[in-house]
Ligand binder design. Sequence first.
Ligand SMILES: *[C@@H]1O[C@H](CO)[C@@H](O)[C@H](O)[C@H]1NC(C)=O
Ligand SMILES: *[C@@H]1O[C@H](CO)[C@@H](O)[C@H](O)[C@H]1NC(C)=O
Ligand SMILES: *[C@@H]1O[C@H](CO)[C@@H](O)[C@H](O)[C@H]1NC(C)=O
Ligand SMILES: *[C@@H]1O[C@H](CO)[C@@H](O)[C@H](O)[C@H]1NC(C)=O
Ligand SMILES: *[C@@H]1O[C@H](CO)[C@@H](O)[C@H](O)[C@H]1NC(C)=O
Ligand SMILES: *[C@@H]1O[C@H](CO)[C@@H](O)[C@H](O)[C@H]1NC(C)=O
Ligand SMILES: *[C@@H]1O[C@H](CO)[C@@H](O)[C@H](O)[C@H]1NC(C)=O
Ligand SMILES: *[C@@H]1O[C@H](CO)[C@@H](O)[C@H](O)[C@H]1NC(C)=O
Ligand SMILES: *[C@@H]1O[C@H](CO)[C@@H](O)[C@H](O)[C@H]1NC(C)=O
Ligand SMILES: *[C@@H]1O[C@H](CO)[C@@H](O)[C@H](O)[C@H]1NC(C)=O
Length: 801
Amino acid sequence: METLLTTLSVFLCIFMPISSSSSSTATTTTDTLLANQSLSDGQTLTSSDHTFQLGFFSPPKSKNRYLGIWFKNSNSTVVWVANRANPISDSSATLTFQSDGNLAIFNGTKTKTLVWSSNLTRRVENPVAQILWSGNFVLKNGISGDSLWRSFDYPVDTLLVGVNITRHKDLVSWKTPEDPSPGHYSFSIDAHGLTQLVLRNGSAKRFRSGPWNGLEFPGLDYFLFNPSFAPSYRSGTQGGEPVYRRIALSPSGWLQRLTWNNQSREWDVLNSVPQKDCDKYGFCGANGVCDMGKSPVCKCLPGFTPKNWQEWGRMDWRGGCVRRTELENEGRDGFLAIQKLKLPDVLDYWTSSDMSLDGCRRECLRNGSCVAYTNSDISEGGKGCIMWFGDLMDIRMLDNDGLQQLYLKLASSDIEAHSRSSKKNTPVVAIVVPSVAVPMVILSVIGWYMSRPTRKKTEGDGNAEDEDLDLPLYDWTTIATATSNFSLTNKIGEGGFGPVYKGKLVEGQEIAVKRLSMDSGQGISEFKNEVSLISKLQHRNLVKLLGCCIHGHEKLLIYEYMTNESLDYFIYDKERSNLLDWQKRFDIIMGIARGLLYLHQDSRLRIIHRDLKTSNILLDEEHNPKISDFGMARIFAGDQMEANTKRVVGTYGYMSPEYALEGFFSTKSDIFSFGVVLLEIVSGKKNRGFGNSNEEHNLLGNAWTLWKEGKAMEIMDIALEESCIPSEVLKCIQVGLLCVQQLSKDRPSMSSVVSMLSSETISLPQPIIPGYFTETSIDILLREEESHSENGVTVTLLGGR
Ligand SMILES: *[C@@H]1O[C@H](CO)[C@@H](O)[C@H](O)[C@H]1NC(C)=O
Ligand SMILES: *[C@@H]1O[C@H](CO)[C@@H](O)[C@H](O)[C@H]1NC(C)=O
Ligand SMILES: *[C@@H]1O[C@H](CO)[C@@H](O)[C@H](O)[C@H]1NC(C)=O
Ligand SMILES: *[C@@H]1O[C@H](CO)[C@@H](O)[C@H](O)[C@H]1NC(C)=O
Ligand SMILES: *[C@@H]1O[C@H](CO)[C@@H](O)[C@H](O)[C@H]1NC(C)=O
Ligand SMILES: *[C@@H]1O[C@H](CO)[C@@H](O)[C@H](O)[C@H]1NC(C)=O
Ligand SMILES: *[C@@H]1O[C@H](CO)[C@@H](O)[C@H](O)[C@H]1NC(C)=O
Ligand SMILES: *[C@@H]1O[C@H](CO)[C@@H](O)[C@H](O)[C@H]1NC(C)=O
Ligand SMILES: *[C@@H]1O[C@H](CO)[C@@H](O)[C@H](O)[C@H]1NC(C)=O
Ligand SMILES: *[C@@H]1O[C@H](CO)[C@@H](O)[C@H](O)[C@H]1NC(C)=O
């Protein structure tokens, strides 16, 4: 293209009138300066398509004269300056050829001083200089046409199409809009082994593209190389008009892609970096990751945790992140692949262009200093190796389908934690188990599990290891003091997993402490890990788990304390049930449904509660429901989605038939329990111990019988008579019955439950006979359970099958 233009221009100039240096006033209309000509101040060369002009100019508010190239239709837009650091104070300057054929600027009228020169060491025969269509000013042999010097090789602050920025040919901003001398900001190629584009403020990095990967500069790709955004001064036409584009580094440090707006006669900025926070170099600190799609934008890399929680809490990310678990480096660490990111800065690294990805991984595993690796070139299916040592800087998520992935070395316990926490919501792309027994999980970044500041840390004897854990650990003395040594007066309940105590920390915060009575079968580190995961679940309808305490064989869970009792305290009591009118009860039902939906589907951990019941629904001051004990199933039984367990935990009356009889649990067994809770809220009665002992049916059976006879409203709590909305009550009863169907496949999912409850229009399926109703075998089981039960306390039966 360049050759074509050059040839064309040469062809044109032969037929164009040429003004000689002796014509003192006329502005030249030619694009070429011949050997016997010179260009004085006031004269210009104009490219043959009238896009660019070359001549002497003064920047705004300046009297200094410079030789430059500008857009003819926007003559203040200077794209190149010859003598940027060497201004001429008067209009005495001329551009001319030296005897050796070099282009030169001289000032002074009597004594001429050399101000600037093209500085070629080689003699130029038959020199001519020409301003081309592209804005490139070239010095060439007028006969052979060979160009020997090009302004494009000496860019100032602007890229036009065809300008190659290469090493040592940086863009350097103007000092100010009035002064083209070199300013603070530069945009250059950083190439030592790997090539990156870096925008600097002085010597400090301000913005960085990812390293060249054989196809693109990740993070700046759209800016430079997208064909439709090419930095062309003429990248096609719009309505027959040429489109002028340029990339310029502004005096205030922004790299901008601009397009000429012929209507407003101004340059429109198409892109500008650094624009977003994530553009700013190292915005999230060492080992932090910036993601504009998330709030807050900074996260730690998986397996890392903020170095200073307080600072992160204040959204000051500069301190960055540190490793949660130190690498073991006995070949027992693994790698987590993170996709769609801009690779870390290549500060301390090693690279090889011919190593395979496999070899790269082995080398990284072997080398104790290596913290991450990937292919250095992703063209042709991927090749080469980069390994990083030390901290990983300036990582961000890319919006586009980032092509490269980073394999991050982590302790195997952290990898397990991440693969587990990312199961839900996250397309786990592949699980690769390499030949050596190293766990490696590839996950897309959308759902990785990120750290959240802890609420409270242990003071006192917290050991150094605990400092780094992303888990609020309380020390035993603190909790013992808070609960008066677990005194009976502080005991507020007993669940299947152990007694619960009310406590008050020294600072005044009220807590509920659950003292786990059984061995969860987990080791300490798994237990901590599990608590850490669960403490990250946040939903307005879940009780917040604040942390845990481990002391010898004792394991305690610390929750936020809920002031206004559990749901059962209200709904089964003649007086207190009046405190909850229909609107309130409906809101409570919706809240429980939403909390359960979050546990089943919306949280990153898929959690099956396994012990949902009214005494596990706590109410806050405004009677908003909060589900408690929701992580227990995980803590005790791992994280299977559906499983068969020997240890049946739960409360009879709320348990689905398949769970009570076979120990088979799934989200659908929770939905059964939810249905029971719902019907209990509507009726104000317990499923177990419904009516008197002569009663033929339990609550479910009774609800079903009345429903069948079209008298379902009769099941409603009398306390609701005035406040109820019959259509809503009936809908709730119907949903409740659907939830307690005998077969789990007949029960709706939690998301259907939520939409059925919240929609006015959805037509609901008709329930059939519920589970737990006619089965005599279950009656036997129930009676058997009765004898284990003390004071209405939940019992946990072991065994089952
Ligand atoms: C300049 O040189 C060109 C040929 O290179 C010649 O045609 C022209 O007459 C010369 N002009 C002057 C003023 O010497
Ligand atoms: C730019 O154009 C304005 C008027 O259009 C003129 O006054 C000014 O001298 C021109 N500047 C240059 C550098 O040609
Ligand atoms: C020519 O320029 C130099 C510096 O570039 C300056 O020192 C000198 O005074 C100038 N001479 C005239 C006559 O402008
Ligand atoms: C030309 O070369 C000389 C000596 O090598 C150097 O001092 C000067 O800065 C150069 N000028 C330009 C415009 O590159
Ligand atoms: C820019 O680089 C390309 C590819 O290396 C080359 O073809 C082109 O001639 C270069 N342009 C200039 C102005 O040097
Ligand atoms: C560039 O660095 C200087 C000095 O370190 C600082 O004062 C200035 O704010 C920086 N510029 C930007 C745009 O950050
Ligand atoms: C720009 O707009 C003017 C009128 O607004 C029009 O005459 C001209 O052709 C347009 N195109 C260019 C390239 O200037
Ligand atoms: C890790 O690799 C780097 C670069 O090859 C090397 O300098 C360093 O000595 C290696 N360290 C170990 C422990 O092998
Ligand atoms: C708790 O027990 C410790 C020692 O076992 C005792 O020093 C302390 O006074 C007790 N605190 C209370 C509130 O009973
Ligand atoms: C519990 O709720 C009742 C009824 O709204 C209210 O009067 C009472 O103050 C609440 N108790 C607490 C401790 O907030």
